[in-house]
Design a protein around this ligand. Structure first.
Ligand code: SF4
Length: 364
């Protein structure tokens, strides 16, 4: 049964905003906030159908797939409240050092077989400096690139020197995952061992090096709808090419372990609002998808998602890749994608084409 719209006195002009975006226009923060505050299920489904139209208009039926390989796990020096890999939390999460070439090549092989566009090399640490670890990262990137199976992306934390970003670019990194996590206002509730500005500085070095940016955040951490809205506008401002949306999976032993899960319609509405604000970007649904959305997973595309993180997501399990591929086929969606294409730049005049793509709910 549809719930009665609480917005009846002040209806949000969803269709008008949708038409404006289809015509190449943009929406303001206050208009976007109106969308985030839609309450009735009938109005939310109306919003999803417009988000679907916007996705189809700018993305066609292409769905970009990414996966990740956890290159270094656990014992991270940072205190991110959502993360099982922080040394500050007792989660029993696995710990291992930087991986050998073989598992990375295996991940690339599997990605090639499943048509996955990119594999992100992800490490649980604060960041990357010049030295032997950077040499090793660059070796893994070169090996993955040379295999020709998939695009080597990385998500390696905070970068404080332009030289590190330049060396990653030289090794063949096309896209770097580095989430803003939430709004500037909410960020200190997620982490205090580094700052929102550390993250912006990293993104600046990466863009300067000519590396594409994959940056998004996590919802369900206790942030408000205003925080989600401000995150989306911040991602627009930095020119993120790919925007991963992670949905908190509260992990025992972390400060967020008792967080109430977001309702499914609230999650779908948030994805749709991101599509309205970021019509041309790849919007990728990443960690926490299966546990939070269950049988409603396929509705993410109607909500405007154009990319999917497949395989297991660090400490969060997703449904098997074969099931995801079947889901796309059933919906008439096409996961084949040019490994070097970034569809947010496909249209002339796209602002983010001038600036400078997987991630991590990972934070990194
Ligand atoms: S999110 Fe990344 S930086 Fe933060 S604790 Fe986890 S692995 Fe470390």
């Amino acid at each position: 049964m549809m719930t009665k719209s609480v917005d009846a006195a002040n209806p949000v002009p969803v269709a008008g905003l949708g038409q404006r975006i289809l015509g190449g226009g943009e929406i303001t923060r206050s208009e976007a906030l109106g969308l985030f505050h839609i309450e009735s299920s009938a109005d939310i489904f109306d919003l999803l159908s417009w988000a679907n139209r916007i996705r189809e208009h700018f993305k066609g039926n292409k769905i970009h797939l990414c996966s990740i390989v956890n290159a270094k796990a656990g014992a991270c020096s940072e205190n991110c409240s959502f993360c099982a890999q922080s040394s500050f939390h007792q989660t029993g999460s696995p710990r291992y050092g930087f991986v050998d070439p073989a598992p990375v090549q295996e991940a690339a092989e599997e990605a090639g077989q499943n048509g996955i566009t990119a594999v992100g090399l992800v490490a649980a640490w604060k960041g990357l400096n010049e030295g032997p670890m950077l040499d090793e990262v660059c070796d893994r990137v070169r090996e993955m690139k040379a295999s020709g199976k998939t695009r080597p992306d990385v998500s390696l934390g905070i970068i404080k020197s332009q030289r590190v970003a330049d060396r990653l670019k030289e090794a063949g990194v096309e896209c770097y995952g580095h989430n803003l996590e939430s709004s500037r206002r909410f960020f200190p509730k997620t982490c205090t061992t580094h700052t929102y500005d550390d993250r912006l500085e990293t993104i600046g070095h990466l863009k300067q090096a000519g590396i594409k940016i994959c940056s998004g955040g996590i919802i369900g951490m206790g942030e408000t709808r205003e925080d989600r809205c401000d995150l989306a506008f911040a991602l627009k401002e930095i020119g993120a090419n790919v925007v991963p949306i992670n949905i908190l999976n509260p992990i025992k032993g972390t400060p967020f372990e008792k967080n109430e899960p977001l309702p499914v319609l609230e999650i779908l509405k948030t994805i749709a609002c991101f599509r309205f604000i970021l019509p041309r970007q790849e919007i990728m649904i990443a960690g926490g998808r299966t546990v939070n959305l269950r049988d409603a997973q396929s509705l993410i595309f109607m909500a405007g998602a154009s990319a999917l993180m497949v395989g297991n997501y660090l400490t969060t399990l997703n449904q098997p890749v074969e099931k995801d591929l079947q889901m796309l086929k059933d919906l008439g969606l096409d996961p084949s994608w040019d490994k070097h294409g970034f569809s947010d730049q496909a249209e002339a005049g796209c602002a983010c084409g001038e600036v400078g793509k997987v991630t991590e709910a990972v934070a990194v």
